[in-house]
Design a protein around this ligand. Sequence first.
Ligand SMILES: [Zn+2]
Length: 406
Amino acid sequence: MEKVLRCGRLYTAGDDLVRRDMAVVIDGNVIKEVCPWDRYDFSEREVTDLSERFVMPGLIDAHLHTDSDGTTGGNFLAKTIGDFTIQGMLHAQADLMAGFTSVRNVGCEGYNDIAIRDAINRGDIWGPRMICAGPAIGATGGPTDFPHRPGVENGYMGIVCDGPDAMRKAAREVLKHGADMLKFMATAGINSKSTDPGAQKLTYDEMRAAIEIAEMAGATSAAHAHGTAGIKAAVKAGITSVEHGSYMDDETIGLMAEKGTYFIPTFVPCWHILQHGDDGTIAPYIVKKARDAVSHHRENYQKCLKAGVKIGLGTDTGTPYNFHGKQKKEFELMAEAGMPVMQVLAAATRVNAALLKLDGKVGRLAPGMLADITAFDGDPSADIKDIYKLSFVMKDGKVYRDSPEY
Ligand SMILES: [Zn+2]
């Protein structure tokens, strides 16, 4: 039977308008029609009354880590792949309950994200749509190669390899196990132990070798990259998206605009680190790097906005104090740093859908699209803080939440 959502205010993400008194007609898991509420007599249909709410497409988080839990101190060494998998499943479910009907998981331990994605797609467990990278690919001494004592080897969340041939092999292996995309650690990071988060770790040749393999498979790629040299190498090598992007020069920004490279700024991880900067729970070297990065980050983001770089929304949830299901602060931070509110909503919907290669399926509310829909009390298009007032989540035509989250 068809279901009808009666929408007080509706943002379809097909354009930047908010329409009043609309109806979304759903047949099974697919949207059949979006029209004014008074166009038909819906009295014989199953109607969900969202006439007091703001309705929009399901949110998409383009950067998170389902198997990381937001705790500090790297307790990962004590965990087995079983622990990571169960944790990953519960976190993915928390993300869906927070309105994120699709997520892009960019780096995990083993291939647990792919197992969870497949179990969700089979209907064995419930959760969001997942686009998965499996383990991230990084160099010896890069952010996924944790400096244990000599003799104790193994990365966390990643494959450690050096040289174009090893990169090709890693790319093929990750894709063999079912990844939708590749994730590289192009530079050092805030949470890893190096002193300069911008230091380049993978060369152009290394990334190009792996990206060529991804392109042959029709897969996308993302680069964790803080410094200009690493970002530029990734962009020139054909990366689909640059993650974090704390330090960028104008040439890099111009290149990203020209090549259509996506930028996922992820403001919220540094925000959390700085909230806890003086309480001793986060290592001082992490706090120091975060402090230095934020001012540059904001400025480069504004330059990217001006240059017309495609900017999506990602939260890096799983980093310290950045808990699954609690990541909507990113909307507020993106708006505060200068993005118009309607563009923030587009970033989290149609822009991210295109990045995830899910456009045509999700990210907009239109006939033929899958019924991934959220609703909010208040109006996030008027005040972005109302993004916290989530009260309805539907994925694939099925309702997961019809009560306030807050
Ligand atoms: Zn990340």
